[in-house]
Each structure stands twice: as structure tokens, then as C-alpha cells.
Design a protein around this ligand. Structure first.
Ligand code: PBG
Length: 348
């Protein structure tokens, strides 16, 4: 408008009784809000964590209302549903029978353990239409509930890594697509990568729980897999990060990427969105967040009492992950969210 500078001078905004900019204009209609939307949550953002147990009937997890431990067949049916909804991946966690738990968690490396049997069955049913993620850590298999081997009250690093390598290989042998080490031992990503390569699993992806905090939000998960044990003996704080740390999370991510991680995860989710944002903006790699059991429990409990609108708060919480830069979210809400999103598409 260089041609008509005078036309601007004719309207003196400073003297106008009207606001120069009306932010509310674009908020007025649904179409307009949709048109300007910077972020959206889709079914492709969801990873569904599932608990498997060795019985036939589903068992409720009391501290996770709406979540159950399913039989092997039940998890297979859930996997088929996930495919139907277009959820790209699921993560399997075992509730190991107490009689199979030992001090050294040997069941973790048994090729016939619950996780391996479940993965084989899922893969036979759904093939490559769904990614299957397995945790690597010893807590579901140890009496004490620690993620590694305990010697003299200490979770020993290098000896644990040797077992984690075997655990990763038996899971990959069973057909697991993504190995997700959640143990926080030093050097485990490189060691697991080498073990996978030398056992012919060059295409198995590693999603490292790179920045995993020593959080009180994991309580209901420990109920679900029965890993509460007597953690008091030694603290997970000696291997999981302190909630006071930011730079340390970036250091962890840098190490895991250097050691061969294909993608990284931040955990928990909602209280650590600053970490998600910094990891994504610093490294620009596939970045996931885990909306953990305690986060689910908070929303579920308030919704159950009618204190919060379940659908609105769940969707808002998940959109926040997208805004922070997450490429996907592990969430126990995945099946509900997938159904809500499909209903909305049908309504339009
Ligand atoms: C185990 C593991 C934990 C979770 C995922 N993998 C618990 C822990 O570290 O004690 C927590 C997930 C959740 O709370 O939903 N290494």
C-alpha cells in the first residue's frame, strides 16, 4: 500500500474507540477455529499400553479404573481392535505370577515367558499392521521390584545390562518390533543395539526411555504388574532421574542417540512437558511421551466423581503433548480416544 499512504493516515487507531486487533474474530466459529488449528490429535499419535496376565478372566486394576489385566487371548483381541481403529502400536506389560518371580528375575530371559508368548500370538494374528513394543527392565520379574539386579542393596549396572541384552533378544526373537528399555542403566542402549545386531535383528527399533524420572506417578502401574515389592530396600532414585533435572535429560537423550536409539521417550508426561519440548527442539528426533498410570488415575478419578468432564480433559491433556512436540503418546486412554476420534469423523 505504498501507493496510498494517506489512506492509512485517515484512520487514527489511537483515537478510535475500537480495538485495533480483535483476537476473537477467528475464535467465533468452529470452522474458523479448525481452519487456524496449529496442532491436532489423531489416532496415529496413540500407543496403547496393555497388561497381560496368565489367567483366563480379565482382572480389574483397582487404581486404574477401566483398565484390566487381560489374558493372552484378550490382549490379542485388543491388538486386533487397535488395528481396526488404526492405532499404530501397542506396548505389552506382564503381570508375572508371583511363583515365577525371583531375586535375579530369570523369567525375564525365558523365551516362553508371558510377554514372549503374547507377542508371538499377536504377531501371528496381525502381522505388520501393528507395531508391538516390549519393555526391557527386570521389575515385572524380580521379587524386589527393581529394574535391575540387586547386590548388597545396590542395583548393579553392568551385570544388569548383560541380562537386559538377553531380555531384548528373546523379545525380538518372539517378534517384538520395538524394544523399549525402561531400566535407566548406563550403557544399555549401545549394548542392546549390539546384541540385536549380532542376533540378526537389524531392523528391530529401539525406543529408549531416555529421560525417565523417579516419579511418584508410577504407583498404579506397580499395582498392575505387582512390582511394588519392597522397593524401600534401595531406591529407584539411584537410577531414575531426579525431578529437579532438565539438562540431565538432554544429556541422557544425547547418549542414547549416540548409542543407537531410533526414538526417545520422556516419562512421565504431563508434569514433564517442558522436557518433551526441549528434547524435541534440541534433537529433532522421533520423541514420545508416556502419560503414565498416575496421570490416568487422576483424570479417571475426577471424572468418576463428576468433577471433570472425562472426554474434554483427556483430549485436552493429549493435545498438550502434541503442542509440546511429542510425535506420539503412550496412554491408557488410547482405546477411548480412538473411538472418540472415529465418532467425530463420522459426525462430520
Ligand atoms: C518399569 C516401568 C514402569 C513404568 C513403565 N515401565 C514403572 C517403574 O519404573 O517403576 C511405569 C508406567 C506407568 O506408570 O504407567 N521399568
Amino acid at each position: 500500500n505504498r501507493k496510498h499512504p494517506e489512506s492509512f493516515e485517515m484512520f487514527d487507531f489511537a483515537r478510535s474507540p475500537y480495538p485495533m486487533t480483535r483476537m476473537r474474530r477467528i475464535r467465533r466459529h468452529d470452522w474458523s477455529r479448525r481452519l487456524v488449528a496449529e496442532h491436532a490429535l489423531g489416532v496415529n499419535d496413540l500407543i496403547w499400553p496393555l497388561f497381560v496376565h496368565d489367567g483366563q478372566q480379565p482382572i480389574d486394576v483397582e487404581s486404574l479404573p477401566g483398565v484390566q489385566r487381560l489374558s493372552v487371548d484378550g490382549v490379542c483381541r485388543a491388538a486386533e481392535q487397535a488395528c481396526g481403529w488404526g492405532i499404530p502400536a501397542i506396548a505389552i506389560f506382564p503381570a508375572t505370577p508371583a511363583e515365577l518371580k525371583t531375586e535375579e528375575a530369570r523369567e525375564a530371559v525365558n523365551p516362553q515367558n508371558l510377554v514372549c508368548r503374547t507377542v508371538r500370538k499377536i504377531k501371528a494374528a496381525v502381522g505388520d499392521s501393528l507395531g508391538v513394543i516390549c519393555d526391557v527392565a527386570l521389575d515385572p520379574y524380580s521379587i524386589h521390584g527393581h529394574d535391575g539386579i540387586v547386590r548388597d542393596g545396590d542395583v548393579v549396572n553392568d551385570e544388569t545390562v548383560e541380562v537386559l541384552k538377553q531380555q531384548a533378544v528373546v523379545q525380538a526373537d518372539a517378534g517384538c518390533d520395538i524394544i523399549a528399555p525402561s531400566d535407566m542403566m548406563d550403557g544399555r542402549i549401545g549394548a542392546i543395539r549390539q546384541a540385536l545386531e549380532s542376533n540378526g535383528h537389524t531392523n528391530v527399533h529401539i525406543m529408549s526411555y531416555a529421560a525417565k524420572y523417579a516419579s511418584a506417578f508410577y504407583g498404579p502401574f506397580r499395582d498392575a504388574v505387582g512390582s511394588k515389592g519392597n522397593l524401600a530396600g534401595a531406591s529407584k532414585k539411584t537410577y531414575q532421574q531426579s525431578p529437579s533435572q532438565t539438562d540431565e535429560a538432554l544429556h541422557e537423550v544425547a547418549l542414547d542417540l549416540a548409542e543407537g536409539a531410533d526414538s526417545v521417550m520422556v516419562k512421565p508426561g504431563m508434569p514433564y512437558l517442558d522436557i518433551v519440548a526441549r528434547v524435541k527442539s534440541t534433537f529433532g528426533v522421533p520423541t514420545f511421551a508416556y502419560q503414565v498410570s498416575g496421570e490416568y488415575a487422576m483424570l479417571a478419578a475426577a471424572a468418576e466423581r463428576g468433577w471433570l468432564d472425562k472426554e474434554a480433559t483427556v483430549l485436552e491433556s493429549l493435545l498438550a503433548f502434541k503442542r509440546a512436540g511429542a510425535d506420539g503418546v503412550l496412554t491408557y486412554w488410547a482405546p477411548q480416544v480412538a473411538q472418540w476420534l472415529h465418532r467425530d469423523v463420522q459426525d462430520q
